[in-house]
Ligand binder design. Structure first.
Ligand code: HEM
Length: 400
């Protein structure tokens, strides 16, 4: 599907992150823009900026005075905050409320809570791999990566595991459906809201030891959370944890399929996998979030006006040669690696412990089951559209 605005004519002055060409060619586009601008602008979406250097992305991510997180997904129609879903705290919150909404969730994502999930995640990965049978070509995105985060978040939220396939549809509606018409988008958000209401009702009637019951019992300043807060946070956890991790697992396996030396090194030195995962997160970071301009401000010589969007391409910041040595190379033993894949500033990813665990276990298990694999057809790889970037079809040939 092309963008509602039509094909891009010039990436510096008419870019569109929802043009299918953008994610497919993002590293080349960022490199070109870094030379040319380095802040691109488009009139699309009522005015959107795209800074591509580490310095400018960092400056904006830390500047909560001139930029608001009220809506972090760029869309032509309406910020998510005005949709049937409402706000999604803490990602759509600004200080001072952001601090409270975030603090509430910290214990649920601490290493102590996340580490015990390793066994379930490993079993899930093994089951998915066993289900692939002895086919010569398997799809590492469709048959593997996409299933891991949906099952994990269903488990954490206490949703029926058989509904996991529905979540990918919801995430698609929120993140990739930015170019469908407004009525369709509102209907899609309504479906998600209705599903969450059913789950909330079931947990009110029958409380359990899971994140949904945790949110229903949580308090800020001695008051229970509003219904909108509970639902919005559930939306956030569904959306934030699925496409992102699916993309990171897919990109990591894509790299290993395309780079036999790295695959063989990880087989020989499995203790290097956590370091390699950090480098794969840097090189193939999946998440770009947005801000809206709250007060007119000049950034990088560009006049940003109230209510314009600014994309924060953490993936572009990660490959800026001014911030990293040999930035465009993947060095799986890179030691110093302060990458921005999980964001910068007050909204830094709350799920990073969980994401790293899923990613590590997914890669370990894939390598253990299929020690020798390669890209079956590089031209057959397809990419997601929009602010989360990762392979959506990834055929790999298994060499036995
Ligand atoms: C590889 C996988 C992931 C990546 C690359 C990633 C990346 C990010 C980034 C860049 C942000 C900052 C957003 C901003 O500045 O507006 C963020 C925030 C967030 N992420 Fe993740 N994420 C991943 C997985 C997860 C998972 C598995 C969860 C939990 C289920 C999660 C939950 C969150 C939450 C709750 C926030 C909002 C934090 C706040 O606003 O204070 N993420 N993530």
């Amino acid at each position: 599907m092309t963008s509602i605005y039509g094909p891009v004519t010039d990436w510096a002055t008419d870019f569109d992150h929802a043009d299918p060409e953008y994610n497919a060619n993002a590293p080349e586009i960022w490199a070109q823009l870094r030379e040319q601008c380095p802040v691109a602008h488009t009139d699309r979406y009522n005015g959107t900026w795209l800074p591509v250097t580490h310095e400018l992305v960092t400056q904006i991510a830390y500047d909560t005075e001139h930029f608001t997180s009220r809506s972090v997904v760029v869309s032509p129609f309406l910020p998510i905050a005005q949709s049937p879903i409402g706000n999604a705290p803490p990602i759509s919150s600004d200080p001072p409320f952001h601090h409270e909404a975030r603090r509430l969730l910290l214990p649920a994502f601490s290493p102590k809570v996340i580490e015990p999930l390793e066994k379930d995640i490993r079993e899930l990965c093994r089951r998915l791999l066993a289900d692939m049978g002895d086919a010569d070509v398997v799809d590492a995105a469709v048959q593997y990566a996409q299933h891991i985060p949906v099952n994990v978040i269903a488990l954490m939220l206490g949703f029926p595991l058989e509904d996991a396939h529905l979540f990918r549809g919801f995430v698609h509606d929120v993140l990739e459906g930015v170019n469908i018409d407004m009525e369709q988008r509102i209907l899609a958000f309504g479906r998600l809201a209705a599903y969450l209401d059913e789950q909330i009702a079931s947990h009110v009637a029958n409380p359990r030891d899971d994140l949904t019951s945790f949110l229903l019992n949580a308090e800020i300043g001695g008051e229970p959370l509003s219904e909108g807060h509970v639902r919005g946070t559930m939306v956030l956890l569904l959306v934030a944890g699925i496409d992102t991790t699916w993309s990171a697992i897919g990109s990591s396996l894509m790299h290993l399929a395309a780079t036999p030396a790295d695959r063989e090194r990880l087989l020989a030195e499995p203790e290097l996998i956590p370091t390699a995962i950090e480098e794969l997160l840097r090189a193939y970071a999946p998440v770009t979030m947005a801000r809206m301009v709250k007060e007119d401000v000049e950034i990088g010589g560009c006049p940003m006006k109230v209510d314009e969007w600014v994309l924060l391409p953490f993936p572009a910041a990660n490959v800026d040669p001014l911030a990293f040595d040999r930035a465009d190379e993947v060095l799986i033993d890179r030691e110093e690696n302060r990458h921005a894949a999980f964001g910068l500033g007050i909204h830094r990813c709350l799920g990073s412990n969980l994401a790293r665990l899923e990613l590590r276990v997914a890669v370990e298990e894939f390598l253990a089951h299929f020690p020798n694999f390669e890209l079956a057809d590089a031209d057959a790889i397809t990419w997601s559209v929009g602010q989360v970037r990762g392979p959506r079809q990834l055929p790999v040939r298994i060499n036995r």
